[in-house]
Design a protein around this ligand. Structure first.
Ligand SMILES: Cc1cc2nc3c(=O)[nH]c(=O)nc-3n(C[C@H](O)[C@H](O)[C@H](O)COP(=O)(O)O)c2cc1C
Length: 237
């Protein structure tokens, strides 16, 4: 123990176990997950899989079973969320006529975006991706998953940290699709409120992402993009 200006300071000792809390009686024991290998090895294996996820803009029309989409969305739905409010809705579209209408509406917005709305800087930043207002993948990909953010929960109650919560859920969704051998595109036609009308969702639900899911086309190519090296992304303390 030592003193600064007469105040006694105790050395900080980290706790060895989390403090027992007054637990509600309905709590259940944690169902543990053991990867069966040390964490560094498990993390390395996962990184090896996930580093090959890429945003794909050239899809095959090869069918994807509905059960795959169900499992991918179920994985997304395991995400943590503010007060477990799960402020998301995933609308899974495979109907060809509906995909066609979504494509037409998205391309209309994108024509405005590329022709008028986007700043010069934004258009410059998009050059490496070779994107334009043509979105054939919205019809070719067997599935479109439209992600909505909920301003209130299904019982009309509050939702909290909706951006963070839905963002995490979508991260899991992209990882689950990739893990299943499927490709995704996180597409954001701007603005995308047309999706609410086309999909018959209420005003309290705001569309935030339009995600085609499917197999990449045989001739699929992607931009060669660097990812931040760990040393730049992390500040170790
Ligand atoms: C929130 C968000 C919005 C995006 N919107 C679009 C989009 O509208 N169109 C598009 O082609 N790509 C879009 N992307 C994909 C990014 O361009 C892509 O993730 C980025 O270039 C990195 O490439 P990678 O996903 O292959 O690692 C979006 C990505 C995110 C996360």
């Amino acid at each position: 123990m030592w003193a600064v200006r007469g105040v006694l300071l105790r050395p900080i000792r980290p706790p060895t176990e989390s403090r027992p809390m007054a637990l509600p009686p309905e709590h259940i024991p944690l169902e543990r997950y053991d990867p069966g290998v040390p964490p560094e090895e498990a993390a390395r294996r996962f990184h090896e899989i996930i580093r090959r996820r890429r945003t794909v803009r050239m899809f095959s029309d090869r069918p994807v079973p509905r059960e795959a989409i169900e499992q991918i969305i179920a994985a997304a739905g395991t995400a943590p969320s503010g007060a477990n409010k799960q402020p998301w809705r995933f609308v899974a579209v495979s109907n060809a006529a509906l995909k066609h209408r979504i494509r037409l509406a998205a391309e209309e917005e994108e024509r405005e975006f590329y022709g008028r709305r986007a700043s010069e800087q934004w258009l410059k930043d998009l050059v490496p991706f070779g994107t334009d207002d043509s979105k054939p993948f919205l019809e070719i990909a067997p599935w479109l998953i439209v992600v909505f953010k909920l301003a209130k929960d299904d019982d009309g109650g509050m939702t909290y940290y909706t951006n963070e919560s839905v963002g995490i859920a979508v991260g899991l969704l992209l990882a689950a699709a990739h893990h299943a051998g499927l490709a995704t595109l996180t597409h954001t036609p701007s603005p995308m409120t047309f999706l609410r009308d086309l999909l018959g969702r209420p005003q309290s639900e705001r569309p935030i992402l339009l995600i085609p899911v499917g197999y990449p086309a045989d001739e699929c190519r992607v931009p060669d993009l660097p990812k931040k090296p760990l040393a730049e992304a992390v500040d170790w303390k």
